[in-house]
Ligand binder design. Structure first.
Ligand code: CP
Length: 322
């Protein structure tokens, strides 16, 4: 999948479809820009509301369910002063058979400036970016098993708050890698930003073929794989994308790959625990870990607002002039 489509002729971010192929400088600019939107002078910290997208209209086009991504994109757009339209796909003309392209053409005719797209089909956001009018930006909010770039960036942002030196960072991504767009985007972003090691830990049935080609090390045993790890990222079993039985049972999966307090002790003592959500307690993670002192899961959600503000500001404005 080409990534040049994401950039303007002078190298600025026009669409955000995948971190794959983008430079460390550009990804760092997203992180640094997000940092400027957090008001550290207040306790608890607050998000600033610079009106960078005044007079712009953002359409949230979610063809799949979402709690965190859709809501934080809406908050982010509103913090930047944009008008936000949340398309209700269930009650839209999509349910009467209108094609994706016709839906896009009709929304374009309403003078919108950006589409935030979640779709079950890998490549859907890329397809819209290819087809849409030149002034419109497309931000991928998760396409099939392919990419979830803003989730990866908010995860990397959260990691950087706790472990700023990526050259010494060992990250383990654990669970259903096969169906995870989050894992793919995290692997790309962490490698681009120079992480020392990205390790995937999963049963063979939940790993894509030739995953090593993405620049990861592989373990099929959680206890072995957690050795020396700084960041533990747990993934949910994406049962909605499983077309055949890939596991004996959820209880057996939890006993082999579920993160408990005891297993977490194998990682470095100051390791942080992350999860993109939604979490399935007792399937991939024990409640004591999800709610424990090493968990930064809700911090990830909070960081989603500032990071999505950064991506919208950078794609929808000539941000260097601000
Ligand atoms: N992490 C994530 O994409 O969550 P939602 O499905 O709730 O948006």
């Amino acid at each position: 999948m080409t990534t040049n489509l994401q950039l303007t002729a002078d190298g600025k971010l026009k669409h955000f479809l995948t971190p794959e192929g983008l430079s460390a400088e550009l990804l760092t600019q997203i992180l640094d820009t997000a940092e400027t939107f957090i008001d550290n002078t207040q306790s608890p910290r607050k998000i600033k509301s610079p009106q960078l997208l005044r007079d712009k209209t953002v359409v949230n086009l979610f063809f799949e369910n979402s709690t965190r991504t859709r809501t934080t994109f809406e908050l982010a757009a509103k913090n930047l002063g944009a008008e936000v339209i949340n398309m209700n796909i269930a009650t839209s003309a999509t349910s009467k058979g209108e094609s994706l392209l016709d839906t896009i053409r009709n929304l374009e005719a309403m003078f919108v400036d950006a589409f935030v797209v979640r779709h079950a089909v890998s490549g859907a956001a890329h397809f819209i970016a290819q087809q849409t009018a030149p002034h419109i930006s497309v931000i991928n909010a998760g396409d099939g098993q392919h990419a979830h770039p803003t989730q990866a960036m908010l995860d990397v942002f959260t990691i950087r708050q706790h472990k700023p030196d990526f050259s010494q960072l060992r990250v383990a991504i654990i669970g259903d890698i096969l169906h995870s767009r989050v894992a793919r985007s995290e692997i790309h972003a962490l490698n681009i930003l120079g992480a020392k090691e990205v390790r995937v830990i999963a049963p063979k049935t939940l790993l894509p073929a030739e995953i090593e080609a993405l620049g990861v090390t592989v373990s099929h045993n959680l206890q072995d794989g957690l050795q020396d790890i700084d960041v533990v990222i747990m993934l949910r079993l994406q049962k909605e994308r499983m077309t055949s039985a890939l596991l004996p049972s959820e209880s057996e999966y939890f006993s082999c790959f579920g993160l408990t307090e005891e297993k977490l002790k194998i990682a470095k003592p100051n390791a942080i625990v992350m999860h993109p959500g939604p979490i399935n307690r007792g399937v991939e993670i024990d409640s004591k870990v999800a709610d424990g002192k090493q968990s930064v899961i809700l911090q990830q959600v909070s960081n989603g607002v500032a990071v999505r503000m950064a991506v919208m500001a950078m794609t929808m404005t000539d941000f260097s002039n601000h």
